[in-house]
Design a protein around this ligand. Structure first.
Ligand code: TXA
Ligand code: MG
Length: 347
C-alpha cells in the first residue's frame, strides 16, 4: 500500500505542485493528472518499471496499450517514427486537444507501453497542468484514464481517489475535467485511416482535414440479440449497478423508463435514473440530471459523474435515457453508454 499524496493545485502553488509531481514522474512514480477529457494516470512513458505500476494500479490487462502524452512537437520524434503528412495536418488543426493519433512507434518507447504493438498512440492534451508537468518532467507521459480497469473514467480527483487511493503516488486535483469523455482515437498507420474510438473531435472534423476515413469501432450492438439476452455483460465504463439504456424519441423513452421503473420497483429493486429532463424526479431521489437532449456537451461532461453518483447510492439498476441528440460529442457519450450497458432497448 502506497501513501497517495493529494495536491489541490491553484495559481498560488502551481509551480510548486508541478515541481513535486515532476520529481515523482522522473523517479519512476505514478501521478493522476487532470486533462481536458478525463483524469489520466501518468508515468514516464519510456520507463518500463514505471509503466508496470500503471498496469498494476488499474488492474489493466497488459495487452491494452497506453496513450503517450507530449507537450511539444520535439517530443513527437522521441516517441514516433515515419510520421505521415496527414498526421501533421491533424496535429496542426487539433493539438493541443482531444485527438489521439496512432503512429509507428520509435525504438525508445518500450513494448510494455504499447501493449506489445509496433504502434504508439500519441496526444497533446489541452490542459495547462498536464502540459506543464510533461514539460518540467521532461519526458513523455503515458497515461490511461485513471480509473480501475472496467469502471467509468474519472472526471474529478475524488473519482480517482475512490478507485486508486493507496495504489498510486499522487493525485493532482485540478477540479472537474471540462469535456468528460475520452479523446477520439484515430489510427494513421492504416490506409485509409481508421477511427478506433469516437470522441470530442468528430468524424466530419477529421474527414475535413484528411479526406477518407473509416470507422473501426463497434458500438453497433445487435438490438434484437441484446434485448433477448439482457444478461450479456460489457466490461467497459461499468458501474456496479446493471445499466439499461433506452434509446428512441424523447417522449417514448420517458414513458418506457417510467414503466420500467414501476416494474423493477415492484420487484423490490432499487432503481436509479440517468435523465435528460426532470419530469420523473417525483418518482425517486436516485435521479441524476445529465442535461437536456440538445446539450450534448453538457451530457458528455456529466455522464461518468452520473454513473458513479448513482452507484454511490447503491442502486441495483440504472435506467439510462438515451434520447439525446446523436451529434458532436453526443455520439461519443452514446458509445460510452452502450459499452456500460448490460442491455440496450431501442424503441
Ligand atoms: O482522453 C483520453 O484519451 C484519456 C486521457 C487521460 O488522455 N486517456 C484514455 O486512455 O482514455 P485509455 O487508456 O483509457 O484509452 C486509450 C485507448 C484504449 O482503448 C487503447 O486500447 C487505445 O486507446 N490505444 C492505445 N494505444 C493504441 C495503439 N497503439 N493501437 C490501438 N489502440 C491503442
Ligand atoms: Mg480508459
Amino acid at each position: 500500500m502506497l501513501f497517495t499524496q493529494i495536491f489541490k493545485i491553484s495559481d498560488y502553488n502551481f509551480n510548486d505542485v508541478i515541481l513535486k509531481c515532476a520529481e515523482i514522474i522522473k523517479n519512476g512514480g505514478t501521478v493522476a493528472i487532470p486533462t481536458e477529457t478525463v483524469y489520466g494516470l501518468g508515468a514516464n512513458a519510456l520507463d518500463i518499471s514505471a509503466i508496470a505500476k500503471i498496469f498494476a494500479a488499474k488492474n489493466r490487462p497488459t495487452d491494452n496499450p497506453i496513450i503517450v502524452h507530449i507537450s511539444s512537437f520535439e517530443q513527437l520524434n522521441q516517441v514516433a517514427s515515419d510520421v505521415p503528412k496527414n498526421a501533421f495536418n491533424l496535429m496542426n488543426q487539433f493539438w493541443p486537444g482531444p485527438l489521439t493519433i496512432i503512429l509507428k512507434k520509435s525504438l525508445l518507447v518500450p513494448y510494455i507501453t504499447t501493449g506489445k504493438l509496433d504502434t504508439v498512440a500519441v496526444r497533446m492534451p489541452l490542459n495547462n497542468i498536464a502540459l506543464e508537468l510533461i514539460e518540467v518532467a521532461n519526458v513523455p507521459i503515458a497515461a490511461p484514464s485513471s480509473n480501475t480497469s472496467g469502471k467509468p473514467s474519472p472526471t474529478t480527483a475524488m473519482h480517482v481517489y475512490n478507485d486508486l487511493n493507496g495504489k498510486i503516488d499522487a493525485i493532482i486535483d485540478g477540479g472537474s475535467t471540462s469535456i468528460g469523455v475520452e479523446s477520439t482515437v484515430i489510427d494513421l498507420t492504416q490506409n485509409p485511416p481508421i477511427i478506433l474510438r469516437p470522441g470530442p473531435i468528430s468524424f466530419n472534423q477529421i474527414a475535413d482535414v484528411i479526406g477518407k476515413v473509416d470507422i473501426g469501432y463497434s458500438d453497433k450492438v445487435s438490438y434484437d440479440k441484446i434485448v433477448r439476452s439482457p444478461g450479456m455483460k460489457y466490461t467497459h465504463y461499468s458501474p456496479n449497478a446493471e445499466v439499461i439504456l433506452i434509446e428512441g424519441s424523447h417522449k417514448n423513452v420517458l414513458e418506457h423508463i417510467r414503466s420500467l421503473y414501476m416494474d423493477y420497483t415492484n420487484q423490490n429493486k432499487k432503481v436509479g435514473l440517468l435523465m435528460t429532463d426532470n419530469s420523473l424526479l417525483n418518482l425517486t431521489a436516485n435521479h441524476f440530471y445529465l442535461g437536456s437532449i440538445e446539450e450534448t456537451s453538457i451530457i458528455a461532461a456529466n455522464l461518468f459523474k452520473g454513473l458513479r453518483l448513482l452507484d454511490d447510492m447503491y442502486v441495483d439498476i440504472i435506467l439510462a435515457d438515451g434520447s439525446f441528440l446523436q451529434e458532436g460529442v453526443g455520439i461519443a457519450a452514446m458509445n460510452r453508454l452502450k459499452k456500460a450497458a448490460t442491455a440496450v432497448i431501442k424503441l
